[in-house]
Design a protein around this ligand. Structure first.
Ligand code: ATP
Length: 511
């Protein structure tokens, strides 16, 4: 097992042990690709939502919110193209009977070549020492250039065959690259077929009188069909945005990697309506803005990168992903898409209702263009969790596991710990808890030794531990322990509120 897989396994079991994420219906051996968020998980999730909502909605005068229903009129999905085109190419291995996404098999093959490049770089770095110039090595070394050329050729072949819907060519590419099934080890593949990712269900009491509905595969369509309702009632002028957080459902062919790819998940989306012709300006604006949002959490700028799409979805004229370095490599965390006027026009045609905006400055009506930002809440959760997981050796020879979650997102902001259960310490601790809990999510804990309680709060990722001892009762001071530095400071109870606020308040991050 590689070090990364090892760490990922630890993150998954840590998430369970500390009440972050449980397998859905675990007592029935679980349901594939569905997960439940535990007491700490739901707090982290809410904090991420709030961090996004604050920055996108509350801090933009021209963006407003919406909460549209999951069920929508079935024609919505005809108009949006999801019935005809929301497909993934699937392929089965005849020996293992395992099913794969054909494009993912090819992407994994590319990732292996990328890993070889990384290895070559490491070797060269060792050989050349301080004089090593990575940029020069990458652009001049023959072997690296060959590998890069291989990657480019595979990408080009995959993109042209996928975008033209030529599934035979996708299969030939898998054969040409001699891609083997990781389970059976054989290259005995079926033909590649299209598979629609939408879940179907029925609404209504009787079988014949009921209508076929779909569980929405994205929240965006709820925004498009409400475009005029929102624009008129909130009196919005273009450019303006509508944002929403909500569940989406996709019958993923292969759902792996914990909460990275689920069949039921949550999206945080914002559709920004602009004048036709101005979409590229706003596309660049939102690319930049969203990357800054990620970096505001200080989880390492090198952990993010843009990946521009060559194989564009049916509705887009430009698209990029913000990728994050998960324990299993760089993968999509957020998509930024220039969706043109595709969706509004399609809903206009299918509904027979005008979805236009009268631009008072231009003195004309038009169907606006749309730039969207779409981030998976669960993927963002995994980003925070995997990035903050650390195993540390301490000076005294012990070790600890600590979640260095950005303080603004941490589920608990402070733990209040009476040193012992007697001499009035629990009462004093509860008093402090009462004072702080209106502003910060706090936990009171009196069980176990103080050292054990510190370790537990480190493992949950609580930025502060407040210990109440004999001195507290005498002079109204406590020890305040910092999660990351483990430094302890004696401070007055009156200062707690200000010190915690300085570390955890959202204004320190987004201000
Ligand atoms: P992928 O290529 O990984 O399947 P996508 O390009 O289909 O993702 P989008 O349609 O752009 O994804 O959706 C926007 C965001 O929703 C993604 O960036 C991702 O964070 C999230 N997302 C999409 N599918 C899933 C899923 N099955 N589980 C969890 N999050 C998802």
């Amino acid at each position: 097992m590689s070090n990364y897989e090892d760490i990922f396994k630890k993150v998954v079991s840590h998430a369970k042990e500390y009440g972050y994420v449980f397998q859905s219906s675990e007592i029935y051996d679980g349901l594939a690709a569905a997960y439940d968020y535990g007491p700490n998980g739901v707090e982290l999730k809410n904090n991420i939502k709030n961090y996004w909502w604050k920055s996108m909605v509350n801090m933009h005068e021209n963006i407003v919110g919406l909460d549209s229903s999951i069920f929508m009129h079935p024609t919505t999905w005809k108009a949006s193209g999801h019935i005809d085109a929301f497909n993934d190419p699937l392929v089965d291995n005849k020996d293992s009977k395992k099913r794969y996404r054909a494009d993912v098999l090819i992407e994994d093959h590319i990732a292996k070549i990328e890993a070889k490049i990384d290895k070559d770089v490491l070797k060269a770095k060792k050989r050349f020492g301080d004089g090593f110039n990575k940029e020069e090595f990458l652009t001049t070394n023959g072997r690296i250039l060959d590998r890069q050329k291989q990657i480019d050729t595979i990408n080009e072949k995959m993109n042209t065959s996928l975008s033209s819907g030529n599934l035979e060519k996708v299969k030939s590419l898998i054969e040409e690259l001699d891609i083997k099934c990781p389970v059976s080890g054989s290259n005995n593949w079926t033909d590649v077929r299209q598979f629609n990712l939408m879940f179907k269900t029925q609404m209504g009491a009787t079988a014949d009188g009921s209508a076929d509905l779909y569980l929405r595969p994205e929240t965006a369509q709820g925004i498009f069909v409400n475009f005029l309702n929102v624009q008129k009632t909130a009196r919005m002028k273009i450019p303006f945005g509508i944002a929403q957080i909500g569940k989406a459902f996709r019958n993923e062919i292969v759902a792996r990697q914990f909460i990275f790819r689920m069949r039921e998940f949550e999206q945080m989306e914002m559709q920004f309506f602009v004048r036709p012709g101005e979409e590229m300006k706003w596309y660049d604006y939102w690319k930049d803005f969203r990357m800054k949002w990620h970096n505001s959490l200080a989880m390492g700028e090198d952990n993010y990168r843009f990946h521009d799409h060559e194989n564009l979805a049916h509705y887009a004229n430009a698209a990029t992903d913000i990728e994050f370095k998960f324990p299993f490599g760089f993968k999509e965390l957020e998509g930024i898409h220039s969706r043109t006027d595709f969706d509004l026009k399609a809903h206009q045609e299918h509904s027979g209702k005008k979805l236009q905006y009268f631009d008072p400055e231009l003195g004309e009506s038009y169907v606006p263009y749309v730039v969207e930002t779409s981030i998976g809440l669960d993927r963002m959760f995994l980003t925070v969790l995997s990035n903050s997981f650390h195993e540390e050796e301490l000076e005294n020879g012990e070790s600890r596991v600590v979640l260095k979650i950005p303080a603004v997102l941490a589920p608990l902001k402070a733990a209040i710990l009476p040193l012992t259960k007697k001499d009035g310490m629990p009462e004093k601790a509860r008093e402090i808890m009462k004072m702080l809990q209106i502003d910060f999510n706090c936990q009171y804990e009196e069980k176990d030794s103080i050292g054990k309680r510190y370790r537990r709060q480190d493992a949950i990722g609580t930025p502060f531990c407040i210990t109440v001892d004999h001195q507290t009762l005498e002079e109204n001071t406590v020890t305040l322990r910092d999660r990351d530095t483990m430094k302890q400071e004696r401070i007055s109870v009156d200062k707690l509120q200000t010190i915690i606020a300085e570390k955890v308040n959202i204004s320190n991050y987004l201000g």
